[in-house]
Design a protein around this ligand. Sequence first.
Ligand code: SF4
Length: 352
Amino acid sequence: MYEQGPIRPPSEASSLLVRVTRNCPWNRCLMCPAYKGTTFSKRTVDEVKSDIDVMAKEHGPYFDRITSAFLQDADTLIIPAGELLEIIKYVKMKFPNITRITTYARAKSMKKKSVDSYKALKQAGLTRIHTGMESGSARVLKMIKKGSTPEDIVTGGLRVMEAGISLSEYIMPGVGGKPLSEEHALETARLLNIIRPDYIRVRTFAMHPKSPMQKMVKEGAFIPMNDEEIVAEIRLLVSNLDEMHSHFRCGDFSLNLLMGVDGYLDSQKDDMLQELDSYLSLTKRQKQAYSLLHRSGHYFHRPIDLVNDKKVLDQVSNDIERLEKGAEDGFDKYIHELMSYQLPQPQTDDWT
Ligand code: SF4
C-alpha cells in the first residue's frame, strides 16, 4: 500500500503520484474546496521512500514505461530542500526512465528557497513547478485569503525561472467579482509580464455551495460575474500581456468557457484576442446558448460559430427563456450551479 493525495494537474494524468506531504499547510483560501476538512502533515523521507519502493514493485515489469512523476500534495516546497533532493534522487533511482518531475507549491514557500536551492533541485531532476497565483491584485488576494502577496508571487516566480525550472502560473478569472474585475485583470497581467512564466494556466472561478463566499454574496461583499463578464475580463488581461514566450492555456480545463483561447503569446496573441472578440460580438441569446451548451458538458472545444446555427439556437432557446422567467438572474444562477458541479468536494460540512 502507498498513499495518494486527492488532486494533481491535468497534465500529470499519467504520472507516478508520490505523496511527499499530506493536504495543504495553508488551507484558508475562500475559493478552494480541495483540502477543506483535512489536516496538513509532513511525511518523513523514509515514509516516502517506502511508498516509492511499493510503487516500483507494483509496476513490476512495466516500471520502465513510467516517464514522469508528480510530487503531492498542495505545497511540496514547504519541506527542506535537502529532504526534497533525497526524495527526487530516490524516485529517479527506482524509476530510471523518468525524465520529468513536477510539483505544486505556494508562492510563500517558493519565495523562501534560494536560486541555488532551485538549481540543485533542477540538477536532481525537478523539472516544473505549478503554482496558484490566482491574481496579481493585492486586494483580490486579501479578499480570497490567499495568504500571499504580489511581492511573494514575483520573488518566488523569478527565482524559479532564474534557476531554469519550468514554471506554470495558475490564474483565476472572475475571482475578484465585478467591482475588482478590471484591477484583477490589469494587476495579474502586470505580474505575469515581470515573471514571464512558461505557462499561464487559466482556471475560471466557480463558487462551491459550501464556500464562505456564498455568505459574502448575500451580504453584498462579493458580486459574482457571468460568463460574458469573465470573457471580457480575460480579454483585458490578454490584451495587457506582453508578447512573450508563455503558453496561455484555457484548453486544459473545462470550467474555461472558451477553451480555444490557447496559444503562445509571442505568436498567437492576435488569434486569441480574435477568438475572445468573436464571442463578445455574439448577441446576448447566442452567448447564453454557448454558455448553456458548454456548461451542460457536451460541447467542450466546440467552435463559437456553433451558435450561428439557427437549429442549435432554437434547441436551447426554450430552456433559456424558462430559466430567465423562473427567478431574477435565473439563467446566470443556473450556469453558476452547473459550474460548481465540476469542483472537488470539501471533506467537511462546516467550511468557515
Ligand atoms: S488554493 Fe492552494 S494554497 Fe489555497 S487552500 Fe487551496 S490548495 Fe491551499
